[in-house]
Design a protein around this ligand. Structure first.
Ligand SMILES: *[C@@H]1O[C@H](CO)[C@@H](O)[C@H](O)[C@H]1NC(C)=O
Ligand SMILES: *[C@@H]1O[C@H](CO)[C@@H](O)[C@H](O)[C@H]1NC(C)=O
Ligand SMILES: *[C@@H]1O[C@H](CO)[C@@H](O)[C@H](O)[C@H]1NC(C)=O
Length: 568
């Protein structure tokens, strides 16, 4: 029991305590719209937005065949046209993971939210925002309680959310023909193909698709930019708090991880073929539930399953080389791009480590061997030891880690898990992008957060941590209330963020014309020379050179030239 609670909390970023979700969620009325697409008919329901406008809500639409039995560990298989009316009124189960919410291996479903459906000659075509959910490639999902449309749909956009396969079920990569990897990402490509084929029926414009992702979803967004599979399937991109241009290793396989998974479930781990054969016989939930066994230092590492550079077995490949190599070569889709971070990102993990004797002792006494786990760099090499030593010097001046340098440990978590990779992405992409690149820091600290100072009884946010900007973009009924007129500060941020992103989806620029509601600010694109970014705080302000000194140290530790040599 304790374990389950601990896990749940740690997965969606260690929520120690949080206010009760509002039970007065927007009421349903009795409208059940039907749309007709090339794949058949779907019946949805109607919910109300924050401003009480009707949202035509189609949930639980199947976008690929059930990835079960022979299809487990296989790339997604497109569905055929269905007869009759598909019931799209309820959330689909999440993909297998440790949670008390419904899960199923049959989890490849998406949701479409629209506030205007085409009628007769009124061929409405709204920009489409496709949200790729967070959760480290091993948790969370697209269900409406994780990503409610109630805020974004007060803007004239169509929103698509969805599940993709997670953990071993989505990312098994033995480096051989029968499991070359990236299936969870290929699921996402299948969603984009579904949208291209079907979204017009929901009032969406298939020629204006913005992919928007958070954390693992943000990594996915940047991967779609460099993937040959995603060419022509999107037109703008937003990567919030995540990037695969980080210091963590992207290899050709994760065979060691597959072996671990095999051992955890009592399977032989001698050959890739035997691993797959045995894992195919195990209940999907056993795979999903085994997540905590992969954690090596508290709830670290944050990244376990990763994309891989697929070897060529003749299969359609999602990723053909290292994303850094591809971006440096200009081999990516040149589209308007927004990326950024929150002020403190994973700083709350520092708090948890410093307040846990066991973890603190291990970190101090075995720094060189331990640091690569939470801070996500190569292990057990001479270079690894050098990196560990340098980080100790830079962040702690070689002093022991304790409560006195908690803030520094917080910065190390923020920079290693998120900040450096995002900063490297904005530099590299803006260098070669011929469309605009925008950079931001989300620093608004409101009443709500994904991590409260534990002795504050859920009243004092610890900082502006990972996911805290999502609170104002989606109604996350799982954790937070629906902000209404009696939450004017929150409503102000909801208004700002939803306008910025709807503008971007529409025009490819977040502030086409400065105006009062956006603090009359002009958001200038980032260039390697000007290094401008928007600080999204109590007011919007334009700043430059975000955490420049901190990231410069990382640039030195992980030099770019090595990526030129990586070949597949
Ligand atoms: C759709 O499915 C839900 C949940 O199973 C059910 O309550 C509802 O009656 C169904 N609607 C139709 C039209 O069958
Ligand atoms: C400290 O961390 C260890 C290792 O993750 C864990 O087993 C233990 O429960 C934690 N202690 C507290 C008091 O949280
Ligand atoms: C960017 O370059 C590509 C070719 O690399 C071209 O097709 C596209 O039109 C250009 N876009 C802009 C905005 O100049």
């Amino acid at each position: 029991m304790y374990r389950t609670i601990f896990l749940l909390a740690s997965l969606w970023m260690i929520v120690q305590s949080y206010p009760n979700p509002d039970t007065n969620a927007a009421p349903k009325n009795d409208e059940f719209p039907i749309v007709t697409t090339p794949l058949g008919q779907y019946q949805g329901s109607t919910i109300l937005s924050r401003l009480r406008k009707p949202i035509y809500s189609f949930r639980g639409i199947r976008y690929a065949k059930a990835p079960v039995q022979d299809l487990r560990f296989q790339p997604p298989v497109p569905i055929e046209k269905h007869e009759g009316v598909f019931n799209a009124t309820v959330d689909a189960p999440l993909c297998p993971q440790p949670t008390s919410d419904p899960v199923s291996e049959d989890c490849l479903f998406l949701n479409v939210y629209s506030n205007k459906l085409p009628k007769g000659t009124d061929k409405v075509k709204r920009p489409v925002i496709v949200y790729i959910h967070a959760g480290g490639f091993y948790s969370v999902g697209g269900a409406s309680y994780w990503a409610g449309p109630h805020y974004l749909l007060d803007q004239d956009v169509v929103l698509v959310t969805f599940n993709y396969r997670l953990g071993t079920l989505g990312f098994l990569a033995t480096g051989e023909k029968d499991a070359p990897g990236n299936n969870g990402l290929k699921d996402q490509v299948q969603v984009l193909k579904w949208i291209k084929q079907n979204i017009e029926a929901f009032g969406g414009d298939p020629n204006s698709v913005t992919i928007m992702g958070y954390s693992a979803g943000a990594m996915s967004v940047v991967l779609h930019m460099v993937s040959p599979m995603s060419v022509g399937l999107f037109h703008k991109a937003v990567a919030m708090s995540g990037s695969p241009t980080s210091q963590w290793t992207i290899g050709h396989e994760q065979l060691e991880l597959a072996k671990k998974q095999a051992k955890f479930l009592g399977c032989p781990d001698d050959t890739a073929a035997n691993i797959i054969k045995c894992l195919k016989t195990k209940p999907a939930n056993d795979l999903g539930q085994s997540l905590p066994k992969f954690q090596e230092f508290g709830t670290d590492p944050v990244m376990i399953w990763t994309p891989v550079m697929e070897k060529d077995f003749g299969q359609p490949r999602f990723l053909t080389a290292h994303p850094i190599t591809l971006i440096q070569n200009g081999e990516f889709q040149k589209v308007p791009f927004i990326t950024g971070v929150t002020t403190d990102e994973f700083a709350q993990k520092a708090f948890l480590v410093v307040n846990n004797e066991t973890l603190l002792k291990q970190l101090n006494e075995k720094w060189e061997d331990t640091a690569p786990i939470p801070f996500l760099y190569e292990r057990k090499t001479d270079n690894s030891k050098t990196i560990s030593k340098t980080l100790k010097k830079i962040y702690f001046d070689d002093k022991p880690i304790d409560k006195s340098n908690l803030a520094k440990l917080g910065e190390l978590y923020a920079d290693s898990v998120i900040g450096f990779g995002v900063n490297r992405a904005v530099k590299l992409i803006s260098e070669k992008n011929n469309a605009s690149t925008f950079y931001y820091k989300f620093s608004y600290q409101g009443r709500y957060s994904h991590f409260y100072t534990p002795d504050s009884n859920g009243t004092k946010p610890y900082g502006v941590v990972h996911h805290d900007d999502l609170i104002y973009l989606f109604y996350i009924s799982k954790l937070f209330p629906l902000f209404k007129e009696n939450s004017p500060k929150e409503v102000e941020m909801v208004t700002k963020l939803t306008i910025l992103y709807a503008n971007f989806a529409k025009f490819g620029t977040p502030i086409p014309t400065p105006n009062d509601r956006l603090d009359n600010i002009k958001w200038e694109p980032y260039t390697p020379k000007n290094q401008k970014y928007l600080d999204i705080g109590n007011k919007l302000t334009l700043q430059e050179k975000l955490f420049e000194k901190r990231y410069a140290e990382w640039e030195k530790l992980f030099p770019l030239d090595k990526y030129a040599k990586i070949k597949v």
